[in-house]
Each structure stands twice: as structure tokens, then as C-alpha cells.
Design a protein. Structure first.
Length: 371
């Protein structure tokens, strides 16, 4: 775990191709086919027009033939794109012209999809495909191996992946539409309850993205302060590059004080249950915001749109964790300082996804960020 690795792109011989193709490639192929048919029809009309009006003069014929040639070139280009999708499986090429919009997601999948419950895994695949996730960070990937994660990734249209084993057994993983390489984080992870995963995601025509995925300890807030400080220090050298930190921080943010009614939450729930008190409150029985504040002070920022969005991530209807006794935000996607201050960062949108599938996949809801 943590060793530098490069994951190959999808091919037909690799697991998950058949499952991934209809969902990811099917719509794109359908779109290419429709556009190609449209271009072919235009080409036919242009050639017809050239024949019917050919007697109108050489100049007019030349203009019409040039137009037909342009349309034929467009048709050939679309045919090539269609063939590439058919022959190459999931494409990792970024769209040309302007920057590629990327969808990041963090998802705590509850004890390895509740010990690999096939129903939950199937819903997860459907959900990921429906959201067009580009980079997916997973926490609680318990019981999975690298090969099993790869098969899951291929079936979701995310053929590049890395699994980082945690000494706690609550593993971390990244799945990506684009090629990635994983960094050795052992010097930092050995001091963390679940560790931190660091990967670089390479999007064609753009700078590589640094992605950090973590899961802070679910026990004392004081311990999470120490973990947050270590992650903040680790991230400092990456702040000048595109950087995204995501995961289950098991902590509350002062930004949610009013919109999530933390004072009422504290008096009615947190102080009443010893486990919740230990997890979320300081020695004065006030919410301990310091773990997340440490990350904020290190330059990691919320997406601007999150100020206007309901972002509670627990509990879901299938939650059985007593520490999720009330609606709270525990899962975060934070942007590095240079990314947050860029035009792309300023336009970022973040939201929690609540729907019929995410109601039952896990005891956490996933968080999405479009950049």
C-alpha cells in the first residue's frame, strides 16, 4: 500500500469491460451515431444541391463541393470517434477546447458495502454510472483486495484505481476515469488511525491533480486534532498545485453552526450520550471544531457554493451507527488554496446526493463536487 503504481487503461480483455461499456460508452456512442447520421444527411443534401444547381456556374459548384467536403471531413471525424469508443472501451481523453469539467465524489461505503452485500454493490454501480463521477474517493473499503477493486472500477467506468490498506482494517481507495499514480504516504499514515491516500490524477491536456483521501479517527476529537495537523502539514507542499482533499473527517464544521442547528444538536443529543460527547465535544461540552479548523487554516477551503447547500451526510435510513444519531455533516471535499482561488475553483459546486439509491447503499450519503 502507498507504493508508486500506474494502472493500465481498460481493454476488452480486462474485467468489467462488458459491464462498463453499455453505461459509459453506450450513451456516447448513441450520441456520435446521431450526429454522424445528421452529418451524413447534410452531406447528401449538399451533393444533391451541387448536382441540381451545377449549371449555375463553376463558382457556385466549387462552393457547394467545398461545403460537402467539409461535411465529409466532419463525418469522418465523428466516425473515428465512434470507432474509438467501440474499440477502446472507456476513454480517458479530456474534451478539447477549454478545461475539462471534473466531478469529484467522496463516499463512505459502510464496512465494505455491508460486507459486500450484492444488492448494495449493484445499486452503487448504477448510481456511479448515473452521476458521471470522474474521481471517486472511498472510505471503509473493508475486505476488498486490489483485484476486486479493479473489477468494481471497470464495472463503474472508472478503470484506474488504487487501494491503500489501513492498519485499522478500514481501507481507503480511489477510482478514476483518468490514469493515476499513487504516492507512498507511510511516513504520515503510520500516525493516523486509518491513514491518508495520496494519488496524482493525470487529465490529458491539463496539470495533474493531487487527490488526498482520508478517514479521521471516530473516537476522541482531541486525537482528530493531531491527525488533522499531520494531514495539514502533509498538504502544505501541494497547495501550489491543483489539490483536492476528501473523505470522512468525523468532525463538525463551524460553518454549519447555524444551518445545522449545532446548539440544539448539542443540548438534545451530543451531551446526552457518552459516546457522542467524547466524539464531538470538548472538555467544556462545546462542539470541538478544531480538527476541521486546522485544515481550513492550512489553506484548504470549502467550495463557495457549499454555503448555500444542505450538506448533512448522515444518517441515512439504513444507518445502525449510534454515533449518527442526528443529522450532521461528517464527509467533506476541500480544495487547496491555489485551486480555490482559481477561476475553476470559484465556479466549483458541491452538494450531498440524496436519492432512492443512496438511501440504502450506506449509512453515509455521498458528497459531489463539480470543478
Amino acid at each position: 500500500p502507498g507504493r508508486q503504481s500506474q494502472v493500465p487503461r481498460t481493454s476488452k480483455s480486462q474485467p468489467g469491460f462488458d459491464q462498463a461499456s453499455p453505461g459509459i460508452c453506450g450513451q456516447a456512442i448513441h450520441g456520435c451515431g446521431a450526429l454522424a447520421a445528421c452529418q451524413l444527411a447534410r452531406h447528401g443534401r449538399a451533393v444533391s444541391t451541387a448536382g441540381a444547381r451545377g449549371r449555375g456556374g463553376r463558382a457556385r459548384r466549387a462552393r457547394v463541393q467545398q461545403r460537402a467536403g467539409n461535411d465529409r471531413g466532419m463525418f469522418d471525424h465523428l466516425s473515428d470517434a465512434w470507432s474509438a469508443l467501440l474499440n477502446g472501451g472507456v476513454s480517458s481523453a479530456a474534451p478539447s477546447g477549454g478545461h475539462c469539467k471534473l466531478n469529484f465524489c467522496t463516499y463512505n461505503v459502510f464496512d465494505g458495502f455491508n460486507h459486500w452485500d450484492e444488492g448494495r454493490v449493484g445499486l452503487f454501480r448504477e448510481w456511479v454510472m448515473s452521476q458521471r463521477v470522474d474521481v471517486l474517493g472511498l472510505t471503509e473499503v473493508n475486505g476488498l483486495t486490489q483485484s476486486k477493486l479493479e473489477a468494481l472500477g471497470y464495472s463503474c467506468g472508472l478503470p484506474h484505481c488504487h487501494l491503500q490498506l489501513a492498519k485499522s482494517g478500514f481501507h481507503l481507495a480511489i477510482l478514476s476515469r483518468y490514469p493515476l499514480s499513487a504516492h507512498d504516504t507511510s511516513s504520515c499514515s503510520e500516525h493516523l488511525h486509518h491513514g491518508v491516500l495520496h494519488a496524482q490524477v493525470s487529465v490529458e491536456g491539463a496539470r495533474a491533480w493531487h487527490v488526498l483521501i482520508t478517514h479521521l479517527t471516530p473516537f476522541e476529537a482531541a486525537k482528530r486534532r493531531e491527525e488533522a495537523a499531520l494531514i495539514a502539514e502533509y498538504s502544505r507542499g501541494l497547495q501550489s498545485e491543483p489539490l483536492v482533499l476528501m473523505g470522512d473527517l468525523n468532525s463538525l464544521s463551524a460553518l454549519d453552526l447555524e444551518r445545522h442547528h449545532h446548539e440544539q444538536l448539542t443540548s438534545e443529543s451530543l451531551v446526552q450520550v457518552p459516546g457522542l460527547c467524547q466524539k464531538f465535544l470538548d472538555s467544556s461540552n462545546h462542539v470541538d471544531y478544531e480538527p476541521v479548523e486546522i485544515l481550513y487554516r492550512a489553506g484548504l477551503c470549502e467550495a463557495a457554493s457549499s454555503e448555500d447547500v444542505e450538506l448533512t451526510t448522515v444518517p441515512t435510513p439504513v444507518c445502525v451507527d449510534g454515533n449518527h444519531a442526528a443529522e450532521m455533516r461528517l464527509d467533506y471535499i476541500l480544495l487547496g488554496s491555489s485551486l480555490a482561488s482559481s477561476l475553476r475553483g470559484a465556479a466549483a459546486k458541491m452538494w450531498t446526493v440524496r436519492d432512492s439509491r443512496t438511501n440504502v447503499i450506506s449509512d453515509h450519503y455521498p458528497v459531489m463536487c463539480s470543478l
